[in-house]
Design a protein around this ligand. Structure first.
Ligand code: SF4
Length: 239
């Protein structure tokens, strides 16, 4: 079933009322300083692919204690950088891409992080998800970044029907109303990680059952059969 725009808006209203944005809550990524500077944003994001955020934070905490600039990364030997980022997946490949990205930013952009999708996508180790996160975080050009949690949740809901993360990002950015774009990734990643989880989703605790294709199709076998996890408590006052 295709959802109309009014339903998509209601889905986002429910998500907004259910989950805190990262800067409203006590998200470890924020409290650990992963977004404190533009340098930290792009480096932490580049290291985050296919890696649990706790491992990214561990690697970045060690790395950011040693360097705070792209020149700093280039001054490290490959072995030194590899040891610092060892907690993340594919640390060998990411050592090389982090160095190449740093060199590209120094050579092509005078040490400044570029502010267009095309220039970001041209950097080593930076794909679509990283680009969307950097554009949203640093340049206030909100794009909904899509990872595996977001991809799974929005396809189960049926607000997109896609098979790749890039296609999901394209579709989601097309249908997401502007006012929800800045925080859509943050709400959806929490929803996919805590409730609409891989394997058997926790539909019994989901506030989106009224709008969900997956639930409507499987309600007989799923509804009431799942544990009731605690939903996050959204702060009552916003900043
Ligand atoms: S009802 Fe179930 S499948 Fe649908 S969004 Fe909620 S948890 Fe996911």
């Amino acid at each position: 079933m295709m959802h109309d725009q009014a339903t998509i808006t209601r889905v986002y209203e429910v998500l907004k009322d259910t989950y805190p944005t990262f800067d409203e809550g006590d998200d470890e990524w924020m409290t650990s300083g992963m977004s404190d500077t533009p340098f930290r944003v792009i480096v932490a994001t580049a290291l985050s692919t296919v890696t649990h955020s706790k491992r990214v934070i561990r690697a970045c905490t060690a790395l950011f204690a040693e360097v705070s600039t792209f020149e700093g990364i280039l001054a490290l030997t490959d072995d030194e950088l590899r040891e610092l980022i060892r907690p993340v997946a594919h640390y060998n490949m990411k050592t090389l891409s982090l160095k190449k990205m740093s060199q590209q930013i120094m050579d092509r952009h005078d040490g400044q992080i570029p502010n267009t999708h095309d220039e970001l996508m041209a950097l080593a180790g930076i794909g679509r998800k990283c680009t969307d996160i950097v554009m949203t975080t640093l340049f206030d050009e909100s794009s909904v970044a899509v990872d595996t949690h977001v991809h799974r949740a929005v396809n189960r809901l049926g607000i997109v029907h896609t098979t790749t993360h890039v296609a999901t990002a394209d579709a989601l950015n097309r249908i997401t109303p502007f006012e929800y774009k800045r925080h859509a990734h943050e709400w959806l990643i929490q929803h996919g990680g805590k409730v609409c989880v891989a394997g058997t989703p926790k539909c019994g605790a989901c506030p989106l059952t009224d709008y969900c294709d997956y639930f409507q199709k499987t309600r007989q076998s799923v509804h009431g059969a799942t544990a009731q996890p605690e939903l996050p408590t959204k702060p009552r006052t916003k900043k």
